[in-house]
Design a binder for this molecule. Structure first.
Ligand SMILES: Cc1cc2nc3c(=O)[nH]c(=O)nc-3n(C[C@H](O)[C@H](O)[C@H](O)COP(=O)(O)OP(=O)(O)OC[C@H]3O[C@@H](n4cnc5c(N)ncnc54)[C@H](O)[C@@H]3O)c2cc1C
Ligand code: SF4
Length: 324
């Protein structure tokens, strides 16, 4: 493990200044970063601990939900306003990791967790994401858990998180603060597909920090659901997951937001499913026809072709749940 220095800035400006030096990373709950550092996958020489910033607030109002970056997964999942107004978020968090990890892990850290591709996490293998240009053993190797959407010939790793998939159907906006000031980025624009640069996973610039996450309140957010399919119920990453949020008036679907996890190289919105739902009657035929559109353009690898079928079934079940 690479030795590092640890600083504890007490305000955002000092944290951003400290993190702008090369070789520096923020650390929040440490549940992903420390494991990667122990395995020599990440080798920061400086860590900037965010704990002293005391930015762990959870604020719900009639307008929306405002989360600070150090809010713990467990606290957000259990917050009564989140359970009532944004159930898909609470359900996605409760389906993530174990209770012990959720008690430590934060909103900002969750969005920036790195892929669980086994080749990426084992420095004994080549990996274009870890060492650009070194190769991708997953493409012709062990790829059962890998992505079918947004893949490139450089990388087929899945984005592993659940929460960001839920945030995708809630139209979340991230506030990013860096040396140049503060900007807003929609969750759908935050994570990048691998293309020729799989080591660049988000639009974050050096020193930039996630300082807030906002989601509007809406009828669709209240009528939302997260369904995760995984190899074991205790704790495991998604093979496939679906997040849905529907606004239904008088049996007609007025608006639809649908996204998937476990299948994409980033949280994957499914506009083809949304288009097949919007303006239609929320009946069995509509839901089935819409779910069957999921995964348009999928590129299947040798061991993960089953994911396309599972995706459509998972989306259908989630749609049935919210429209019941
Ligand atoms: C056994 C196990 C099972 C898991 N299962 C799941 C699962 O099923 N679903 C799921 O979604 N996740 C799962 N996880 C991942 C877990 O959710 C993440 O480890 C956790 O959310 C990371 O949050 P953290 O605060 O500990 O981040 P850290 O480990 O502290 O940081 C992670 C990254 O985020 C950066 N960072 C942190 N905060 C900020 C910020 N505010 N601004 C900019 N950068 C920041 C750090 O620099 C680092 O690069 C699992 C983890 C483990 C260990
Ligand atoms: S899929 Fe991506 S992360 Fe996994 S080995 Fe290939 S390049 Fe590395």
């Amino acid at each position: 493990m690479q030795a590092f220095t640890l600083t504890h800035p007490s305000n955002t400006k000092a944290a951003v200044t400290a993190a702008s030096q090369s070789g520096t990373k923020y650390i929040a709950g440490g549940t992903d970063l420390l494991q990667l550092a122990k395995d020599n996958v990440e080798t920061p020489t400086r860590l900037v601990d965010l704990e002293a910033l005391q930015m762990a607030g959870i604020h719900a109002s009639a307008q929306g939900l405002h989360l600070e970056p150090l809010a713990r997964m467990s606290d957000v999942a259990a917050h009564p306003d989140v359970v009532k107004g944004w159930p898909v978020l609470s359900q996605a968090l409760l389906a993530s990791a174990s209770p012990q990890i959720r008690n430590m892990a934060t909103m900002g850290g969750n969005l920036l967790q790195r892929t669980r591709c086994g080749y990426f996490r084992d420095t004994g293998f080549a990996c274009n994401k870890r060492i650009p240009g070194s190769g991708c053993p997953a493409i012709n190797g062990e790829n059962r858990m890998h992505a079918i959407l947004g893949v490139s010939d450089q990388c087929i790793a899945t984005y592993p998180g659940d929460m960001a998939v839920a945030m995708t159907v809630l139209d979340a906006q991230l506030e990013l603060t860096g040396p140049q000031g503060t900007r807003k980025v929609a969750i759908g624009d935050f994570h990048k597909v691998p293309g020729d640069t799989p080591h660049i996973e988000t639009v974050l610039q050096p020193g930039e920090m996630i300082t807030a996450i906002d989601m509007p309140a809406s009828a669709a957010a209240q009528r939302s659901h997260y369904l995760k399919v995984r190899d074991r119920a205790s704790f495991e990453f998604a093979i496939v997951s679906a997040a849905v949020a529907l606004q239904i008036d008088g049996g007609t679907i007025r608006s639809a937001r649908v996204a998937a996890g476990g299948v994409g190289t980033r949280p994957w919105r499914l506009p083809e499913v949304e288009a097949a739902l919007t303006g239609k009657q929320a009946d069995a035929a509509t839901l089935k026809q819409a779910a069957d559109q999921a995964g348009a353009g999928a590129k299947l690898a040798q061991m993960n072709a089953f994911k396309l079928v599972l995706l459509r079934r998972t989306v259908l079940r989630a749609l049935q749940t919210v429209s019941a």
